[in-house]
Design a protein around this ligand. Sequence first.
Ligand code: HEM
Length: 386
Amino acid sequence: MSFAALRVSLRKAAVPAPSRAARAARFRAPAVRKYSTETPPPPPPPKSSNTTLYAGLGAAALGGVAFWVYTSSSDSAKVAGTAVKSGAQAAKVAANLVPTKEDYIKVYNRVAEIMDEAGDKEYDDGSYGPVLLRLAWHSSGTYDKDTQTGGSNYATMRFAPESQHGANAGLNVARDLMEQLKQEFPWISYGDLWTLGGVAAVQEMGGPKIPWRPGRIDGFAVQATPDGRLPDASQGSDHLRRIFGRMGFNDQEIVALSGGHAVGRCHSTRSGYEGPWTFSPTTITNDFFKLLFDETWVWKKWEGPKQLEDKKTRSLMMLPTDYVLVQDKVFKKFAKAYAQDQDLFFKDFSAAVAKLFELGVPTQQFVTAEPWILPTVDEQKEAKSA
Ligand code: HEM
């Protein structure tokens, strides 16, 4: 069967994604409510948020100075000057518009609309959500805690060669979508836009709330990260621990984050791998973990890279790094717990993704001390009609 035919047959076989209303109902489920009440919504930014924002921007300018120190061994004085200037430019933009939480919610809502446009364009499984989540993750997952480089702060994937790194193949789709929004909301930084896109993708695909706050600044090509910082799907547990350990994640967080493969699919034209992980690739569930344990996985016989397929339907896939989660004793313990308890997975996934999206952002840059819990589109509608 050709890939196209496989995709069509899978789409037919796939459990249809629940409607927004159904997803909202999921949010009203006790376990999720438990999580959101455990984390009270943080206060909105102060009315005179200029102060906070300017403090952040001042820090951004300072970040430029720090950056100069970091690279002062090379011919970077000019670049450092530009970085400081950029902080000042950002302050100018901010002088015209001081974005509030409501402004960011407007961006969130546009992301939700754009995600759904995939349906009309017959893109993949009908949502751009998965590829937007992958963009947010790849822009954050370059972080190195030792050198404090990479991460979501500077959105350096805009620049070659980082945009061309093998691991980022296909993310031009997501960057192009986000570029439309950058034109509509020129005041938002790319790092904030991409991570907010990831938050909207998770929440609008029925996943848990991801606490998020703005404050990232746009960087320069010289801050782009070298190739090889993102995980290689053909590797084993040592590799996962080394790559995610470099970002500051432990075993439990590695497993929770891997649950992002509940949604989306591999594309032979991008990574070389092919197929979705679950039967509902536009809805975040713990099915990724359930399937890992419940199905029999066999190596796929094909010309492509080594990947597994489920013996029963041969329509689902697992990467070697996904399968490691049931092979490694410690990973397996967490994977089993997530397979048995979706609420636990949602809670841990939320915490790990929130941490991921803030990697590399100096705390003083954030415009608020407490991250925000942004309402879903359905919740906003319900609040209006109440
Ligand atoms: C554990 C290490 C990881 C490896 C080796 C890995 C590898 C991959 C690969 C090879 C693809 C297919 C890309 C394509 O062909 O389009 C992919 C897609 C994806 N990954 Fe990962 N990934 C990892 C972790 C994560 C994490 C932490 C997240 C998010 C929390 C994530 C979210 C996604 C999503 C949503 C897609 C689907 C994108 C789409 O449908 O276009 N992955 N990943």
